[in-house]
Design a protein around this ligand. Structure first.
Ligand code: NDP
Length: 279
């Protein structure tokens, strides 16, 4: 253990938080780069009613960086000194950086969407079916429209799909119209259908997926959802939700430490822990 009195603290907050893999991912990166005496990453359960006190604590203890997850991504915004333009547009902060007492809110979720997709294909003029219109879907909608894709949002509550489509540009449909995905290039699941412990569920009938599709399920527990398994069987190219977790984390790593996060090390740690959860 190389932690000492100069070690800077980074942390994840959420409620619940016990399932978070961010401590393993970031600490493995610190160790790989040999900066594990400079930085340590922990996680804390913080209730939404305590967020104002938590932010006071960040200032008092000079916490270097904070990763925010449910339910804090919107609520925390009013306690920060600055919010960057992307986080303002997405309407959520998943990252706080403490620069000598100035707390800046950012959003790296868009990179978690953008990097894995762009590695596979350019999004320009692609038809993207986004399933879901909740918090995570906002980062997806922002990213794909910024990249010039044509967005159609499918959601159980059609009003939420309409709001998202209006805000970022695109069309809205009920989840019942999802058979239209046959004509789309990319399908992104941002609903919680298929999330552990409901891993026998899928938002889409297997027959609707073809070998022309790219299917990205942002759910990462289980590591390979039923949607992704069936997409693979249909010959589609797939992206695991773990890639979003990884790339938003690598972007935070850079913001907190100034170093490029070691991608392979951080990915391997995530896969190892996600596979352990399944067994
Ligand atoms: P929200 O609660 O904000 O949104 C949930 C979405 O799922 C809504 O669109 C909701 O529809 C839909 N939904 C939920 N249950 C059903 C159902 N039974 N039938 C139809 N639609 C349903 O959650 P988030 O946006 O924060 O998270 C969504 C998923 O993304 C989660 O599984 C989460 O684990 C994952 N995630 C992954 C991340 C990653 O890094 N890979 C990051 C963040 C989230 P409606 O509007 O009708 O309620």
């Amino acid at each position: 253990m190389r932690i000492n009195a100069k070690t800077k603290i980074c942390m994840a907050i959420g409620d619940p938080i016990e399932h978070s893999l961010s401590p393993q991912m970031h600490n493995a990166g610190y160790e790989k780069l040999g900066i594990d005496s400079e930085y340590v990453y922990v996680a804390c359960k913080v209730g939404v009613e305590n967020i104002a006190d938590f932010i006071k604590g960040v200032r008092a203890m000079q916490i270097r960086g904070v990763s925010c997850t449910i339910p804090h991504k919107m609520e925390v915004m009013k306690y920060l000194d600055e919010i960057d333009e992307v986080a303002k547009k997405i309407g959520a902060v998943n990252t706080i950086v403490n620069d000598d007492g100035v707390l800046k809110g950012c959003n790296t979720d868009l990179l978690g969407v953008d990097i894995p997709l762009e590695k596979m294909a350019s999004l320009k003029n692609k038809k993207v079916a986004l399933l879901g219109a909740g918090g995570a879907a906002r980062a997806v909608a922002y990213t794909v429209t910024q990249r010039g894709a044509r967005l159609v949002v499918y959601n159980r509550t059609i009003e939420k799909a309409e709001e998202l489509a209006k805000e970022f540009g695109g069309e809205a449909r009920s989840l019942e119209a999802v058979k239209e995905v046959k004509d789309m290039d990319i399908i992104i699941n941002a609903t919680s259908i298929g999330l552990d412990p409901n891993e026998n569920q899928t938002p889409l009938a297997k027959e609707l997926i073809t070998n022309k599709h790219i299917v990205f399920d942002i759910i990462y527990v289980p590591y390979e959802t039923r949607l992704l398994k069936e997409a693979k069987q249909q010959g589609a190219r797939i992206i695991h939700g773990m890639e979003m977790l990884l790339h938003q984390g690598i972007a935070q790593f850079k913001l907190f430490t100034g170093y490029d996060g070691p991608e392979e090390t951080m990915r391997n740690v995530l896969i190892e822990h996600l596979e352990q959860k399944e067994n």
